[in-house]
Design a protein around this ligand. Structure first.
Ligand SMILES: O=C(O)[C@@H](CO)OP(=O)(O)O
Length: 252
């Protein structure tokens, strides 16, 4: 593409055990299902078929993103590339909703409150108690964060903690001419896409990211997407996957 200066590949992890069970997950470190592992490998095949070879990988600290990246890079024969990991790419901390069934929360609190908690820009769910079995407070991997570690987040908070990492770690790799792969999560990638595409606080509510399908952004020298919204390597599967995410919480 004529104006392309930088190439960025975004990959949401494949289906996790709690995606399958329809539970709010956030910072709980759940593994992939077999389906999720297959999605991840296929994501790598799609990259390979497209001739896209990541030079550097950025992931969250959560195993569903880490494993997805490993499987995708294995399929793309790029396992050797350097890796950087940061809590700033973690999923949104889902507060007191972590571990709860989405359909049950919707039934108990109603559709409107459910959607505010899931997709409003700046209203977080209630904070998660440190004593909860689903709390990450005190975990070794977040030791550097100390008391700054979140107990709940809205999308706005995710953007605030993600953008410094984007500017300080990812942008320099892009400027160095590297094809950058970011393996992360539904809401941390929504935060990044909102920033890249300049999506409004209202419009972002309707945007969902499917599991396991590479989303490629060609960016110009100002980091503006050459194609707004980027390009999924399997657009049909991506549309179906995004619709399935939007429908989570509906009776099955
Ligand atoms: O539970 C979560 O952590 C996220 C992603 O799976 O869910 P949602 O799409 O409802 O924000």
């Amino acid at each position: 593409m004529a104006n392309t200066t930088y190439t960025l590949v975004l990959l949401r992890h494949g289906q996790s055990e709690w995606n399958e069970k329809n539970l709010f997950t956030g910072w709980v470190d759940v593994p992939l299902t077999d389906k999720g592992r297959a999605e991840a490998a296929r994501g790598g095949e799609l990259l390979k078929d497209e001739g896209l070879a990541p030079d550097v990988l950025h992931t969250s600290l959560l195993k569903r993103a880490i494993t997805t990246a490993n499987l995708a890079l294995e399929a793309a024969d790029r396992q050797w590339i350097p890796v950087k990991r940061s809590w700033r790419l973690n999923e949104r901390h889902y507060g007191a909703l972590q571990g709860k069934d989405k359909a049950e929360v919707k039934a108990e609190f109603g559709e409107e409150q459910f959607m505010v908690w899931r997709r409003s820009f700046d209203t977080p769910p209630p904070a998660l108690e440190d004593s909860s079995e689903f709390s990450q407070a005190g975990e070794e991997r977040y030791a550097d964060l100390g008391e700054q570690a979140p107990r709940t987040e809205a999308l706005k908070n995710v953007i605030d903690r993600l953008l410094p990492y984007w500017e300080e770690s990812i942008v320099p790799d892009l400027k160095a001419g590297k094809t950058v792969m970011v393996a992360a999560h539904g809401n941390s990638l929504r935060a990044l896409v909102k920033h890249l595409d300049g999506i409004s606080d209202e419009q972002i509510a309707g945007l969902n990211i499917p599991t396991g399908i590479p989303l490629v952004y060609e960016l110009d020298e100002d980091f503006t997407p050459v194609t707004p919204g980027g390009r999924y390597l399997d657009p049909e599967a991506a549309a179906a996957g995004a619709a399935a995410v939007a429908a989570q919480g509906n009776a099955r």
